[in-house]
Design a protein around this ligand. Structure first.
Ligand SMILES: [Zn+2]
Length: 472
């Protein structure tokens, strides 16, 4: 078999992205295939099926160039479908490439002329929901295999898994994985294209992911709303009780979360955070769209990185029980509900953490209010095993070749539930977790975009890693 040549690789990858993948992603962005948590009627609406048909339709054509390759769409009653592509290899090992095709909901705040389901190309960026998170994954993974095929470069047997419940915490994935256990086998390398990058100037390897324990906290104090002039001062406000309860989880002046939801931070991760802070500088916080004059939680960049990747943090992501301000009369409302999102350290058991959060919130309800907390799909985080020397070399080569800079390593603040599952199942596997979610790409928020040159470079990186894996 041949050795991978750099110029033809970037030429092939550039061409397939420009001619095929970008137009495919433009069509894909138009489909509002929200993840089941955000569209409980996803099956009836049929958007998920539309996305599956589009992506699998492209893949079906492309795998014709890969002898022996096959694709199936896995289905199970009440569960989201999953696309599985198997490509025979020249080496008796398996590499698993993972991505997802379900999307986050719309969010408000899109710029004029842009919107979640409106694809817009501006310069190097393709705007719209789901292009970067994570529609490009199937295209990137398959394009990398096609690039190797074109140069007759060996790779291991490859299995591409594209699921459709990731943004809901991957509830359907364990079922599919059980059914597919024989076909997936025991991968020695896992490539996950659903992560972030600190900037667009180098390859970023994700070394850890935070876990997540979310849920709805509801405080009921009355059976129905009453005149606030009549009742306030006698009936406690459900919102004030909610504030009180939230203060049991985090310190409202610093954001520091209770000690029992922390975990020790390994020394190598602290050292890597220092290097990442050096590379990123103020971009660690300036990448976020702060209003003029606003500041981050600390002025220490290393602390900010560790806060974002290894420490728990609470966000209130939804509120119920209150009208829009313009419709709000002088009413002491009967209840308030807050949707909580607690990010957790990579090594903390999310199920136990979720149970603990429930205990903390439901214990000794102030004023005897009715307080309920409903956990939603907790997901444990992930800390990468030590990267093998061959992989380190391959990644450094890829970063220098595609970006012209040394690679950097950093934890990510988000969660990919599947990585924890795989890490547990295949403790000896090597992991390449990377992605295109860089500064301002804003997955989950408004104005999400895919940085096309980065997507091309990540695709090249995958090809290089697959070639190196087959040559060990
Ligand atoms: Zn994603």
């Amino acid at each position: 078999m041949a050795k991978l040549a750099a110029a033809p690789l970037s030429e092939f990858v550039g061409r397939i992205w420009d001619e095929e993948i970008v137009p495919q992603l433009v069509d894909y962005i138009r489909i509002p295939n929200k993840s089941p948590n955000f569209d409980p009627d996803w099956d009836k609406h049929g958007y998920m099926e539309q996305a599956v048909q589009q992506l699998s339709g492209w893949a079906r054509e492309k795998i014709k160039a890969l002898p022996g390759a096959n694709m199936t769409i896995e289905r199970a009653a009440g569960r989201t479908p999953l696309i599985l592509i198997e490509v025979p290899g020249q080496r008796d090992e398996t590499v698993l490439l993972y991505g997802h095709l379900d999307k986050q909901p719309e969010m408000t705040g899109w710029a004029d002329g842009k919107g979640p389901w409106i694809p817009v190309i501006e310069g190097d960026k393709l705007y719209g929901r789901g292009g970067a998170d994570d529609g490009y994954a199937l295209f990137g993974a398959l394009a990398a295999l096609l690039a190797l095929k074109e140069q007759k470069v060996a790779h291991a047997r490859a299995v591409i898994v594209i699921e459709a419940s990731e943004e809901s915490g991957s509830p359907d994935l364990p079922h599919h994985m059980d059914v597919l256990a024989d076909r997936i086998g025991s991968p020695s390398l896992v490539v996950c294209l659903d992560s972030g990058c600190g900037d667009y100037d180098r390859l970023w390897l994700t070394t850890s992911l935070r876990g997540m324990a979310g849920g709805a906290l509801r405080v009921d104090i009355l059976d129905e709303g009453v005149h606030s002039g009549d009742a306030s001062g006698v009936v406690p406000s459900s919102f004030r009780i909610l504030r009180q309860l939230l203060s049991r989880l985090d310190d409202e002046s610093t954001g520091a979360v209770v000690a029992e939801l922390h975990a020790p931070i390994p020394a190598d991760r602290v050292a890597q955070a220092r290097v990442a802070a050096e590379a990123l500088g103020d971009q660690v916080w300036k990448k976020f769209p702060f209003v003029g004059g606003a500041k981050p939680t600390s002025d220490d960049l290393v602390e900010l990185i560790l806060n974002r990747t290894w420490r728990p943090a609470l966000s209130v992501t939804g509120l119920d029980g209150a009208p829009q301000p313009q419709n709000a009369g002088n009413v002491l409302r009967p209840f308030t509900t807050a949707q909580l999102s607690m990010r957790l350290p990579p090594t903390l058991d999310a199920i136990k953490a979720g149970e603990r959060i429930k205990q903390i919130l439901e214990a000794d309800a102030p004023y005897g209010a009715r307080v309920t907390y409903a956990n939603r799909e907790p997901g444990t985080g992930w800390n990468a095993p030590e990267t093998a020397p061959w992989l380190m070399d391959a990644l450094e080569d890829a970063s220098r070749a595609a970006w012209g800079q040394k690679m950097a390593m950093m934890g990510e603040g988000g969660s990919i539930p599947f990585m924890a599952m795989l890490g547990e199942k295949f403790p000896r596997a090597q992991f390449v977790v990377t992605g295109v979610l860089g500064p301002n790409s804003n997955a989950h928020g408004p104005n999400e975009f895919l940085h096309i040159p980065t997507a091309k470079r990540v695709t090249e990186t995958v090809a290089r890693v697959l070639a190196a894996h087959a040559a060990i």
